[in-house]
Ligand binder design. Structure first.
Ligand code: 3HC
Length: 294
């Protein structure tokens, strides 16, 4: 394969997949994004459209540029449509079996040169590379939420990743306008390895009654200059997501710092996922978020 990556496939058009598809199209690439059914496609398209509408409103792009970006994205439900891509980035559910089922199908469909990238936040890339015939062309490509805003991408290589596949992916991340860093294939890579225990510790502080949700958030915002306090961040990332990541990291390292605190488990059981369900550590039903008693 010569030249840079031009034909991008994105599997999954949720929060992360829609952002990845949007920035790829914005960088001038030809994008095919696959979701499992028509309603998931419509939800994904809606996410991209509202993100672009926001950019037009803020005068970051013109209405014409928005239309050009949208015209570069083809929404599909058939996995076969990803066959001719230079790279396929999966951003589906954080479940190894489901990811490997998808990669297995893609392994049969795609040409031998296609790079398989995973946006996993906590699983190990090696567990996906080991399940396909092209282990040398499997990489991690971990984006951050909101994808159009956050500059970082972690590019992850396993012991089997070829230099060529790694370098092409690294260049691809740069072509998307991101600032990539290289990470070893360990659960949590660089950022989540530090960030997840931090969020879990904030929940433990709350369990111990150290301070209120608002005060812990204000402490980290005002004292450390973080853009969001840990509970606002938990609600932003999704408590269900953080819980799942913590379970995977705890399973990997068997260290207490990664163990999900009971309160997080209770929040998830009650559907208090955060912004996406309208309630988490804060209630988002009014004009301003209001802390919820826990
Ligand atoms: N899409 C596109 N642009 C967006 C956006 C979105 N969803 N959300 C915000 N923006 C843009 C706004 O347009 C604005 O741009 P401008 O300054 O050029 O006008 C800028 O971002 C700031 O937005 P706002 O003024 O609306 O709001 P804030 O100043 O509060 O910023 C934030 C919002 C960028 C989300 C900021 O609060 C932030 O950086 N928070 C921390 C986010 C973070 O830590 N993300 C990582 C989570 S961990 C992760 O993703 C890993 C995973 O594996 C769990």
């Amino acid at each position: 394969m010569k030249g840079g990556i031009q034909k991008v496939g994105v599997a999954g058009c949720g929060l992360m997949g829609s952002g990845i598809a949007e920035i790829s199209a914005k960088a001038g690439m030809d994008v095919v994004v696959r979701e499992i059914d028509a309603s998931a496609v419509e939800a994904g398209r809606g996410r991209i459209e509202s993100s672009l509408a926001r950019a037009v409103k803020k005068e970051k792009i013109t209405a014409e540029e928005r239309d050009t970006i949208l015209s570069k994205i083809r929404f599909v439900t058939a996995v076969e449509e990803l066959a001719d891509r230079d790279i396929v980035i999966e951003a589906i559910i954080e479940d190894l079996e489901i990811k490997n089922e998808l990669f297995g199908k893609l392994d049969d469909l795609c040409g031998p040169e296609t790079i398989f990238a995973t946006n996993t936040s906590s699983l190990t890339v090696t567990d996906m590379a080991a399940a396909v015939d092209r282990s040398d062309r499997v990489v991690g490509l971990h984006f951050f939420n909101p994808v159009p805003v956050m500059k970082l991408v972690e590019v992850v290589r396993t012991i089997a990743t070829s230099d060529e596949a790694f370098e092409r992916t690294f260049e691809f991340a740069r072509a998307l306008g991101k600032e990539p860093i290289t990470a070893k294939d360990n659960s949590g890579f660089v950022v989540n390895l530090l960030l997840v225990p931090y969020m879990l510790d904030a929940i433990r502080q709350l369990e111990r009654g150290v301070a209120s949700v608002e005060d812990i958030d204000a402490g980290m915002k005002l004292g450390c200059g973080h853009p969001m306090g840990p509970f606002t961040l938990c609600d932003f990332v999704g408590n269900d997501t953080t819980y799942r990541i913590a379970e995977i990291m705890y399973d990997e390292y068997r260290e207490e710092r990664y163990a999900p605190p009971p309160l997080l488990k209770r929040m998830v059981a009650m559907g208090r996922y955060g912004r996406k369900t309208g309630i988490g550590f804060y209630d988002y039903s009014g004009d301003q978020p209001v802390p919820v008693a826990v």
